[in-house]
Design a protein around this ligand. Structure first.
Ligand SMILES: Nc1ncnc2c1ncn2[C@@H]1O[C@H](COP(=O)(O)OP(=O)(O)OP(=O)(O)O)[C@@H](O)[C@H]1O
Length: 808
């Protein structure tokens, strides 16, 4: 058992001794009792950190004595005067008892009143475990329940005296200490484990999530879409053209974001905290940050690496390529540049040897410098050879030339076998003989674990210190930030540049135009893959549709831009997923385009491809879109918890006016005040981070790091826009537990459009009814308003699917 357990136990011994020695009858008033006994019980015995205790919290019309836990309140305790004996019925010993039996009649009055007061507070604040104590006796119970049973009809864990707490210390500890409450032990002690929510429809589908068949036109387009939009960028012979024509400058702010410009602008704000590193953006309004090129020349002398920081998929690799082949082409033409890619080598076991072996390979293949070639080895190590010749063994030359040669070979072999040492010596040799600057890029390490990333940073530092080279390394901000504060990387003063994402719309426009150009200039991509039967006309038509829409279809661009959230790879994947999706009528689109010269892609069509991917049904595991209606407990109000959290985070974040970060405490306080319990909120916050609806970051202003959240465009867009779409709701209701049995029966595995429209309307009405359980005042978001918009969209689709039923 841990030492805090033992020290809690000793503290209880002391408390018992102290209480006996200082017995003053029942004369201590509540404040004194609390001070003397209850504070000690909570802080010294049950080990609640002082900082996590708030005393005298407002509780409706009254006050609650102790709210314990941080950031969320996890336990509430009502203190009674020492003299207020609970008059537990005779024979009630330590253990679990029915509350009704404890509070009967006049004698049970004081306990009844205390428990009722706590239960009211708990219901209002979403805190489930609670206790009532007078410093000697302790009654613990679940004061807010999800199953509809009034709390006073449940059971309680009772300790009739301090001595009883000592006798059953383990029971006390498990149920009332800070760590015990965290593991929800009291729920099982009073045998009241929260029931899971009912199963969503998807659990009853045999073929879930299914696999959507594509027709031959769609599968052909699928392959070609990838070929022209993704693979084309990797072709060596097109590289320069691609980088000139398709590069969208980093840091231009999105025109479509559903979050404030300030939040976009301060993407990497957490790096700028006090005593953080020296950070500046890689590109500004006037193009490339001039400091970068200056630094590049100076860095080798300064012996520190240049760190390029950026979130996943923002374009770090693309930036490097553009720098080398376009922006600083002249400089790089005169340099030896080695590009070590950690992303493509999936079986990488040793990071340092990968750097060495890749460098050797690239010198051989790209610069015709085979550092294992015998004459090259001799040239590199001629100093050592001279010393050898002058040394004792050198005398062999005269008397036994064969032995001399063997010794010399051995010497050189040993030199080459020290791979890293030989490479370093070779690079020095090359630099002074060829008079070329040496630049090394360590890239795509962010696709690996944070330990690997840290190790690469260490290697980058070592290389910068010891090799005659300018070393660039790309990292994710979180890794850099975490490591430079706490771990491995602290102590290194690196030069840091941040890479902000470009505008997704600009990137897509340029990419599609480029793909069209390549397609028209046939032959440059070689022949089409053998399994593709689709003619290039169809692909050309499709790309033209996209090109036109990427210029003028604002709602489509807004969808892609917000849901990609700065990840350009994801934005492209949305588009390639749409081309050739089995969920759209590709032939119809192409036909309309040929007939009228244009086709405006409706938002719901593109959305369907994202919602369903290759499946028949929505699958939260594989779709980039989150289900905001999901619940973790059989509590219908929870359907709205996520939009409420996201809206609150956005309102608070944008109001603060700085960088949009909102403390975990403020989100817990807001939701607990609405009556949601800690588990529900923690669950929602985890899901929000997993689905990129919120970003999370520790903030270090203050002594201990405190968790903060920040709204993302994904979270804002899903809440503000997607929730009101039939296509969204139609997909989500399959994955959403429905707590009302009557409606659960109405929402079935329907496939025809008229049936699905009706089913969505039932779902909407069901949600309206659940919303009536939420206190609708002063909220940052209201389902009732979304529901109205959704109703209009359902009717719009309904009128198409079944005009007779919906034309009212
Ligand atoms: N500035 C840009 N202009 C044009 N295309 C871009 C730009 N940035 C990224 N892209 C495209 O987005 C995709 C991802 O970019 P890239 O691989 O450069 O990102 P990354 O930040 O290196 O990703 P990772 O974090 O996974 O290493 C590529 O297809 C790339 O062509």
């Amino acid at each position: 058992m841990s030492s805090i357990y033992d020290s809690g136990k000793s503290a209880l011994d002391e408390l018992i001794e102290w209480a006996e020695a200082n017995a003053v009858g029942d004369k201590r008033n509540e404040a004194t009792t609390r001070l003397h006994l209850i504070d000690k019980l909570l802080i010294d015995v049950l080990r609640w950190p002082r900082a996590s205790i708030r005393a005298e919290e407002k509780a409706g019309t009254g006050w609650i004595d102790y709210a314990l836990g941080s950031p969320a309140t996890q336990l509430i305790v009502e203190a009674k005067r020492e003299g207020v004996h609970f008059d537990l019925p005779a024979g009630v010993g330590t253990g679990v008892h029915k509350i009704e039996n404890l509070i009967l009649g006049d004698k049970g009055k004081s306990l009844r009143e205390a428990l009722t007061q706590v239960a009211e507070y708990a219901a209002r604040n979403g805190v489930a475990p609670a206790g009532v104590t007078n410093g000697h006796q302790l009654v613990l119970f679940i004061a807010a329940r999800m199953d509809g049973v009034p709390p006073l009809k449940g059971r309680a864990l009772v300790f009739p005296s301090l001595a009883d707490m000592r006798t059953d210390f383990r029971l006390l500890w498990d149920n009332a200490s800070a760590s015990g409450v965290d593991s929800k032990t009291l729920h099982s002690t009073v045998s009241l484990l929260e029931a899971p929510p009912p199963e969503p429809l998807s659990m009853h589908l045999v073929n879930y999530p299914g696999s959507k068949r594509r027709n031959s036109l769609q599968s052909g387009l699928d392959i070609l879409g990838e070929l022209f939009l993704e693979d084309v960028t990797r072709l060596e012979e097109l590289r320069k053209d691609f980088l000139r024509e398709c590069y969208a400058s980093s840091g231009a702010l999105s025109q479509y974001a559903e979050v404030s410009k300030q939040i976009l602008r301060t993407r990497y704000a957490l790096l700028n905290e006090e005593d953080g590193p020296d950070v500046s953006p890689i590109e500004g309004r006037k193009g490339l940050n001039q400091n970068l090129t200056q630094d590049m020349l100076a860095a080798a002398a300064a012996r520190r690496p240049i760190v390029l920081l950026g979130d996943v998929g923002v374009g770090k690799t693309t930036f490097i390529q553009r720098l080398v082949h376009v922006d600083a082409e002249e400089l790089f033409d005169k340099a030896i540049s080695l590009y070590i890619d950690f992303g493509s080598s999936t079986t990488l076991t040793r990071i340092d040897s990968h750097v060495v072996e890749e460098s050797i390979r690239q010198l051989r293949e790209n610069y015709d410098a085979d550092i294992e070639d015998a004459s090259f080895v001799e040239a590199v190590h001629h100093g050592a050879l001279n010393r050898f010749e002058r040394g004792v063994v050198g005398r062999l030359k005269e008397i036994d030339p064969m032995a001399y040669e063997k010794e010399k070979i051995n010497l050189l072999r040993r030199a080459v076998e020290d791979r890293a040492g030989h490479l370093k010596a070779s690079l020095e040799h090359l630099r002074s003989n060829w008079r070329r600057q040496l630049v090394i890029f360590l890239d795509n390490i962010d696709q690996r674990s944070s330990e690997d990333q840290e190790q690469v940073f260490l290697i980058a530092n070592e290389l910068a210190q010891t090799w005659p080279a300018t070393v660039f390394v790309t990292l994710r901000p979180e890794t850099f930030y975490r490591s430079s504060r706490s771990g491995t990387l602290s102590g290194y003063q690196a030069r840091v540049f941040t890479i902000a994402p470009p505008r997704a719309d600009v990137m897509l426009q340029r990419r599609v135009d480029f793909a069209l150009g390549q397609l028209r200039a046939t032959g440059r991509l070689g022949s089409f893959p053998a399994n593709v039967t689709v003619d290039s006309d169809s692909l050309e038509a499709f790309l033209e549709i996209l090109a036109e829409n990427f210029r003028s279809n604002d709602s489509l661009l807004s969808l892609i831009d917000n849901l990609a959230g700065g990840n350009m790879r994801l934005a492209l994947r949305f588009v390639t997923g749409f081309i050739g999706s089995g969920h759209i009528d590709t032939a119809k689109m192409i036909r309309i385009f040929h007939e009228s010269g244009r086709y405006a892609i409706p938002l719901h069509e593109f959305l369907r491809a994202l919602l369903f991917g290759d499946g028949v049904y929505y699958d939260p595991q594989s779709s980039p879109i989150a289900n905001l209606f999901r619940i973790s407990q059989p509590d219908g109000r929870e359907h709205f918890l996520m939009p409420l959290i996201l809206s609150q985070a956005q309102i608070l974040g944008e109001r603060v006016g700085d960088e949009g970060y909102v403390s975990a405490e403020s989100l817990y306080e807001f939701t607990q005040n609405l009556g949601f319990d800690v588990e529900q909120v923690a669950n929602a916050l985890d899901y929000a981070v997993e689905k990129r609806l919120l970003d999370t970051a520790p903030r270090h202003s203050g002594e201990a790091p405190r968790l903060h959240y920040r709204i993302t465009t994904v979270g804002a867009y899903t809440t503000r826009v997607l929730l009101a779409y039939f296509a969204y709701v139609d997909a989500m209701l399959v994955d959403t537990p429905i707590v009302d049995e009557q409606y659960r029966k109405l929402i079935k595995d329907d496939h025809t459009l008229p049936e699905r429209v009706t089913r969505s309307e039932y779902f909407r009405i069901y949600l309206d009814r659940q919303w009536s359980k939420v206190k609708d005042s002063g909220l940052p978001w209201r389902w009732s308003e979304t529901s109205e918009k959704l109703s209009a969209d359902i009717r719009r689709v309904g009128r198409k699917a079944d005009p007779q039923a919906w034309n009212y």
